[in-house]
Design a binder for this molecule. Structure first.
Ligand code: AMP
Length: 579
C-alpha cells in the first residue's frame, strides 16, 4: 500500500462523524493490506512506530518539526511558525506548504522504516540527522500525506482510533461483522499488542490468536475492581474474602525477563525510566522471569507516611527523577503475580498466587508484599476499612481468594471500598474532558469557564456527556488545565463523542479527571446511559479532585455500566441518603 493511499483513507476518517463509518473505512484499509503491512499500519494510525508499551519515540517535537518543514519546503522558519500559529495544527501547516501531488508515493512500509531510522538516531549530531531525515521524507510526499506524517510524528492523530475501533475493524476485515471481537480482545488482554494481533490473525487465524500467551516484557491488561456500597454487601456477595489496603499511587506492572526489567503503567506505557529504584529491586528478584502487579507510591517506612498521588507522579524530567529517588524513594506494594519462570499463573487461584508473591519478595525492602487478611465478617471488614482510612489510605480492595487473574476485566473478583461519607457517593468518578465553555469574568481570564465532561460507553466505544465541571480547581489549576487543553482543541465534534450540548470549543477526548459528586441523578439532557426509552445520567455537585492523565487513558474513564450500577446502589436502603 502506498502511503498516499493510507493518507487519503485517514482523511476520510477525519471527515466522518460516525463511529460505524470509522470502523468501515479502517476495515477497508485492513482488507487492502498485505501481511507485512499490518503491523506498520496498525502502529502508524495510532501515532506510533511500535506498540504503546515499547518506548520507541521518533524524538521530533514541534520546534524541530518546524525546522524540518522549513527545510523541506525551502521556507523561512519564521514563516512556518507564523502559519502554524494561524492553523493551530502543525499537520495542516505542512499540508499548506507541500505540493498537492507527487508522481510517486513511498509505500507505508518504507515510511515506517524511515521513521524508525529517525527514531533510532542517537548520540552527537543525532538531532540534525533526525531533522534532515524527516525533511527528506517530507520532500517525497504530497500534501495530504505530509499532514498525516507530521501528526503521526507528534503522536496526535486527531482521529479517535481507539483500541476497540481497531479490534472491530480487524473483525470486519476478516469476517464482515463483529463476531471475532471477543477472541481478538482476549488476545489483546494478554499481549497488549494490536500489531501482533493483526498479523497473527492474518497468518494463523483464530487458533493463532488463542495460542498467543502471556509473556514477560509484554504488559497484560490489568484486572480492575468493581464497587459495592458497603462491607455488608461485600460479605453477602462474596463470603470469605482477602482484604488489602487500597494505596493511592500508580498502578505498576513489573516485568523481569532475564536481565531485563520493564515497568508499565495502567495505560500500558513504559515507565521504566521513571522508577529506577523499582528497576534495581526487580532485577534482584530470584526468578528468571516474572510479572508482578502492584501499586507504586512514595512511602516512608519510619513515619508510615504515604505521599499523595500528585507527588508520586511529579517525577517528570531526568533531574527530578534522581532528586525524587533520593528524597522520597518509591516502593511498590505488590499484590499479584501473573507469570513466573516461563509459566502463566493467571489461571492459578489468588490464594496460591499471593503465596508466590510472598516467597518472591521475602528479601526486598522496595518491593513489599501488600498485607492481606482474610475474613467473612462484615464487622471485621468495616474495622479494616476504617483503620486503613485513618492511616491515610484510600480504603480497601477486597479479593476473592479462589479467583483467577482476568486480564482487562472489571468484575467482582476484586471489589474496592472507599471512604463512605453519609449522603455522598462513596467513590470518585473518572471523567473525560470533551469540551469547554469560555466563561465570563475572572474565569475567562484563565481561558476556560466550565468544562464539559463525559464517561465512556464501552459497548458503543463512545464518549457520552455526564456533567459540566466548574469547581475544585485553584486559579492556577484553571490556568494549567487550559494550557493542557490547547493542543487538544478540534474544530468539530469528534466522531466518538455523543452530546446534546455544544461547548464553545470541542476537545479530542484525552484528559481524564477524577471528580467527586454528591449523587448521580437522572438527566433528560446528558447522553450518559441515554437510550430511546431511557433518560441519561448526570452528576450532582461535581468537583475536581485530581488530574489522572498519567495513569488513565480516555477509555479507562468510568464506564456507563459502572455509572448505572452506582446509580442503583445509591438507591438501596441503608445508604444513609438524605430524604
Ligand atoms: P480505581 O482506580 O479507583 O478504579 O481503583 C482501582 C485501582 O486501585 C487499581 O487499578 C490500583 O491501581 C489501585 N490499588 C491500590 N491498592 C490496591 C490493591 N491492594 N489491590 C488492587 N488494586 C489496588
Amino acid at each position: 500500500m502506498k502511503f498516499a493511499q493510507l493518507a487519503s483513507n485517514l482523511d476520510e476518517m477525519e471527515a466522518t462523524s460516525s463511529r460505524n463509518e470509522l470502523v468501515r473505512i479502517l476495515s477497508d484499509v485492513y482488507g487492502a493490506c498485505s501481511v507485512d503491512e499490518l503491523e506498520p499500519i496498525t502502529y502508524l494510525i495510532q501515532g506510533r512506530l511500535a506498540p504503546f508499551f515499547e518506548p520507541v519515540e521518533i524524538g521530533l517535537g514541534e520546534r524541530l518539526l518546524i525546522t524540518a518543514i522549513a527545510a523541506a519546503y525551502d521556507a523561512p522558519k519564521d514563516e512556518v511558525s507564523k502559519l502554524n500559529r494561524q492553523t493551530g495544527d502543525l499537520g495542516v501547516t505542512a499540508q499548506r506548504l507541500a505540493p498537492a501531488s507527487q508522481r510517486e508515493s513511498p509505500s507505508v512500509v518504507e515510511v515506517h522504516r524511515r521513521l524508525s531510522e529517525i527514531a533510532g538516531a542517537g548520540g552527537a549530531g543525532s538531532l540534525q540527522q533526525k531533522v534532515d531525515g524527516f525533511a527528506s521524507l517530507l520532500g517525497a510526499l504530497d500534501s495530504t500525506s505530509a499532514k498525516h506524517l507530521v501528526r503521526m510524528t507528534l503522536g496526535k492523530m486527531r482521529l479517535g482510533i481507539g483500541d476497540p475501533t481497531v479490534l472491530d475493524a480487524l473483525s470486519f476485515a476478516k469476517r464482515g461483522d463483529r463476531s471475532l471481537r471477543p477472541v481478538l480482545e482476549a488476545a489483546y488482554n494478554r499481549t497488549s499488542d494490536l500489531g501482533l494481533i493483526a498479523q497473527t490473525l492474518w497468518e494463523a487465524g483464530e487458533p493463532g490468536l488463542d495460542a498467543l500467551k502471556v509473556r514477560a516484557g509484554h504488559p497484560i491488561r490489568p484486572q480492575l475492581a468493581e464497587r459495592l456500597p458497603n462491607p455488608e454487601a461485600v460479605i453477602k456477595k462474596l463470603g470469605m474474602v482477602g482484604v488489602q489496603p487500597k494505596y493511592d499511587g500508580l498502578r505498576v506492572q513489573v516485568h523481569k525477563n532475564g536481565d531485563r526489567v520493564s515497568i508499565f503503567s495502567r495505560r500500558l506505557e513504559s515507565m521504566t525510566e521513571m522508577f529506577p529504584e523499582l528497576v534495581v529491586a526487580a532485577s534482584k528478584l530470584r526468578a528468571e522471569s516474572v510479572i508482578l502487579d502492584g501499586e507504586a507510591i512514595a512511602y516512608n517506612p519510619d513515619s508510615e507516611e504515604y505521599v499523595p498521588f500528585q507527588e508520586t507522579t511529579a517525577r517528570r524530567r531526568k533531574e527530578d527523577i534522581e532528586e525524587f529517588a533520593d528524597r522520597t524513594p518509591m516502593r511498590a506494594f505488590v499484590f499479584d503475580v501473573m507469570f513466573r519462570d516461563g509459566s502463566d499463573l493467571t489461571q492459578v487461584p489468588y490464594e496460591r498466587r499471593f503465596e508466590i508473591v510472598q516467597a518472591l519478595l521475602q528479601k526486598s525492602d522496595t518491593l513489599l508484599t501488600a498485607p492481606l487478611m482474610k475474613t467473612d465478617s462484615a464487622e471485621v471488614l468495616t474495622r479494616e476499612l476504617l483503620d486503613n482510612i485513618s492511616r491515610g489510605l484510600e480504603g480497601v480492595v477486597v479479593k476473592r481468594m479462589d479467583s483467577t487473574y482476568q486480564a482487562g476485566a472489571r468484575n467482582f473478583n476484586w471489589v474496592k471500598l472507599k471512604r463512605n461519607t453519609s449522603g455522598q457517593l462513596n467513590d470518585t468518578i473518572d471523567v473525560v474532558l470533551l469540551g469547554y465553555y469560555r466563561g465570563k469574568g475572572k474565569r475567562a481570564e484563565f481561558g476556560a469557564g466550565a468544562l464539559l465532561a463525559g464517561v465512556y460507553d464501552s459497548d458503543k466505544d463512545e464518549f457520552v456527556t455526564i456533567s459540566k465541571l466548574g469547581t475544585g480547581l485553584s486559579d492556577q489549576g484553571w490556568r494549567d488545565i487550559h494550557q493542557r487543553l490547547a493542543s487538544l482543541e478540534v474544530a468539530e465534534k469528534p466522531s466518538r463523542v455523543s452530546s446534546n450540548f455544544v461547548p464553545d470549543i470541542w476537545l479530542e477526548p484525552a484528559i481524564v479527571v477524577e471528580v467527586l459528586a454528591d449523587e448521580i441523578t437522572p438527566s433528560p439532557r446528558h447522553t450518559a446511559g441515554m437510550a430511546a426509552d431511557r433518560t441519561g445520567f448526570a452528576l450532582r455537585f461535581p468537583r475536581i479532585v485530581s488530574l489522572r492523565t498519567d495513569d488513565k487513558k480516555p477509555e479507562d474513564a468510568t464506564s456507563v455500566r459502572e455509572i448505572r450500577e452506582m446509580f442503583e446502589q445509591q438507591r438501596q436502603p441503608g445508604r444513609g441518603r438524605p430524604g
